[in-house]
Write a protein that binds this ligand. Structure first.
Ligand code: NAP
Length: 245
């Protein structure tokens, strides 16, 4: 059977993994939860760079790689692209469409951490929803600010920062309550796309709050690109069916 290697770490990837059986492999970096109820094989941890992934593709006789990593996990996507080219294995990618600003949105782009800090200078109660990066800057919080940081980390925070260790999806009611409780006056976000974490944008819109949006990284091309899990699964099932003949 032609083996598929699915690179995951997102809800889309998990949905695809649920449609795969052994001997296909679902691969996770190991930062989050590892599902124990999948019919396909699960492996956890990095491959050891491009060379390690090339060896893995060869040793495990992988016939197709599907990159369903997060849009900001650019290193893994670049490694997958380079390794597949080297090993002559086709690469498919799930590229979740970015959120688009709607009427009433006040989005400001930032390309890096410095840009984020500059754009939130005049605010007092920022809500960070872009992962762990703010945790490395807790000692730099200006006296005029209190940060609320939502990320997958049980960090204790400090007198100027509250950490919320929570995993999406997040709904409107919960986000409104969080904005009230934390007295949020600006939101900092990745443009992740998808439904699971978009409620914060609706709450910012209804309250007229600015959203500082971290620019998406450039991602490499793939042989085929899909916008969601359902389309990817359809194509996979067709590919598996025809490639076995
Ligand atoms: P990254 O910077 O692109 O990757 C860092 C390294 O982690 C890669 O070089 C690779 O190590 C390993 N890695 C990443 N994804 C892997 C996978 N699916 N299977 C095996 N190894 C993997 O990624 P990141 O931004 O740290 O994100 C790590 C994981 O969390 C990704 O799988 C991503 O889908 C998920 N995630 C990321 C974000 C985000 O905002 N970045 C949000 C939600 C989920 P080697 O070089 O050793 O192979």
């Amino acid at each position: 059977m032609n083996r598929v290697l699915l690179l995951g770490g997102t809800g889309d990837a998990l949905a695809i993994a649920r449609g795969l059986c052994a001997p296909h492999v679902y691969s996770l970096a190991g930062l989050g939860r590892v599902p124990a109820d999948l019919a396909c094989a699960v492996r956890v941890g990095g491959f050891g760079g491009i060379g390690g992934l090339v060896r893995y593709l060869h040793d495990e006789k992988i016939a197709l790689v599907v990159d369903a990593t997060h849009p900001y996990a650019a290193q893994m996507s670049r490694h997958a692209h380079a390794a597949c080219a080297d090993a002559r294995v086709p690469l498919w990618a799930v590229r979740r469409p970015a959120w688009q600003p709607q009427a009433g949105d006040d989005w400001r782009d930032a390309s890096d951490w410095r840009g984020i800090v500059e754009r939130i200078e005049s605010y007092q109660r920022p809500l960070f929803t872009l992962g762990r990066e703010p945790l490395a800057h807790l000692d730099e919080i200006p006296a005029s600010q209190h940060w609320t940081i939502r990320c997958l980390d049980a960090h204790p925070g400090n007198e100027r920062a509250s950490i919320i260790d929570a995993r999406g999806p997040f709904d409107l009611a919960g986000e409104r309550a969080l904005f009230d409780r934390a007295r949020v006056d600006v939101v900092i976000s990745k443009n992740s796309g998808g439904r699971a974490t978009e409620a914060k944008l609706a709450v910012a819109r209804e309250r007229g709050l600015a959203v500082v949006m971290l620019t998406r990284p450039a991602l490499p091309d793939a042989d085929r690109t899909f916008g969601d899990a359902a389309g990817t699964l359809d194509a996979l099932s067709h590919w598996l069916h025809t490639s076995e003949k």
